[in-house]
Design a binder for this molecule. Structure first.
Ligand code: TRP
Length: 339
């Protein structure tokens, strides 16, 4: 039985090239939450357009995230899968939060600084207020739990600040719940295969830095073969392992896919060079990724089914979102024409 006081919302951007970092850090956890929580899984296309997108690719990538959700085991009967732009109250609540959030809060957001780079003057204003839209995604469904990668922690803290300020300023204590992040320390940050200090990212110029969810078995094998390890053998304890960033990352990937605890893996491979470990890791990744990539491919060939999912998801999401936005309008004194 689901506990209706526990609501999960999370989102993935349709910017293409989903990789095992996105899968292990986010999507895999979504699947296990479906039985316990009321779940909303969103494709955040309005977040994607805070930086320039090619319209055709954006559409294709949106379908691809929906297909990936389904292929990874998110059940559209148990959970609501929907596309953010299809539920207009996300934008409406985001505007209201634009008027709640202080400039100073947004100025502290490290993701904006990273994404805007040196040319801040030329970044879109949407990129700056991006976290307000994310807060709207979450609070529109009064979500209590938000599974995110650890790079989104700061945005979630901002969401909590917004919820608190709104509840306090409008004297509606408890109206918005204060959402909790769900972050798995070990696997929420899957790093580049070439440099253990960088996050695995689709924007890394080297394809060898990441494993995409639609890579072939051959590509996976090559990439793991080339992945950086260390000049030593596998250490015999976690402390020494954590100093070898790339080895630590491969162990996290192994553990994430196989469910075997890291300490057990260290015990098994300690003192060995990395070739046996890498062979086994390759097998584990292929075994888990293959069925998913096959299913993604199949679903991408059936747009009418994907459209059906998107349309029924929008309907279900709107039901809940419309209630919240109506309450919010009333609380802040916006008159809604109900005639
Ligand atoms: N900002 C998140 C990311 O880039 C995506 C996102 C948008 C999200 N809205 C959300 C995540 C709401 C969790 C909840 O990964």
């Amino acid at each position: 039985m689901k506990n209706i006081n526990k609501t999960v919302l999370s989102g993935v951007q349709p910017t293409g090239g989903l990789h095992i970092g996105n899968y292990l850090g986010a999507i895999k956890n979504f699947v296990s939450m479906q039985t316990e929580y009321e779940c909303f899984f969103c494709v955040v296309d309005l977040h994607a357009i805070t930086v320039k997108q090619d319209p055709k690719l954006l559409k294709n990538n949106t379908y691809e995230v929906v297909a990936t959700y389904l292929a990874s085991g998110i059940d559209p009967v148990k959970s609501v899968i929907f596309n953010q732009s299809n539920v207009s109250s996300h934008s409406e609540l985001a505007w209201i939060f634009n008027c709640i959030t202080r400039m100073g809060w947004l100025n502290r957001m490290t993701q904006f600084k990273d994404k805007a780079g040196k040319d801040k003057e030329n970044a879109s204003s949407g990129l700056f207020i991006y976290p307000n839209l994310m807060a709207a995604d979450i609070l529109l469904y009064k979500a209590t739990h938000v599974p995110v990668g650890d790079d989104q922690k700061q945005h979630l803290e901002l969401t909590r600040d917004i919820a608190q300020k709104f509840n306090r300023e409008y004297e509606c204590d408890g109206f918005f719940p204060i959402p909790e992040p769900i972050i798995d320390k070990n696997i929420s940050r899957i790093m580049s295969l070439k440099n253990g200090e960088l996050k695995m990212s689709k924007s890394d110029p080297s394809d060898y830095s990441r494993i995409s969810l639609i890579d072939s078995a051959d590509q996976i094998e090559k990439k793991i073969k080339k992945a950086k390890t260390a000049d030593t053998t596998m250490p015999d304890n976690n402390e020494d392992v954590s100093k070898l960033l790339e080895v630590n990352n491969l162990l996290n990937i192994f553990s994430g896919f196989s469910g075997i605890e890291k300490v057990e893996l260290i015990e098994k491979y300690k003192g060995q060079n990395f070739s046996n470990f890498k062979n086994n890791l390759t097998e584990v990744i292929i075994e888990h990724i293959k069925p998913i990539s096959k299913e993604i491919e199949k679903l991408m060939g059936d747009k009418s089914y994907l459209n059906q999912i998107i349309s029924s998801g929008a309907e279900k999401a709107s039901e809940k979102a419309n209630v919240t936005i109506k309450e919010v309008y009333d609380i802040i004194g916006l008159v809604r024409n109900e005639a």
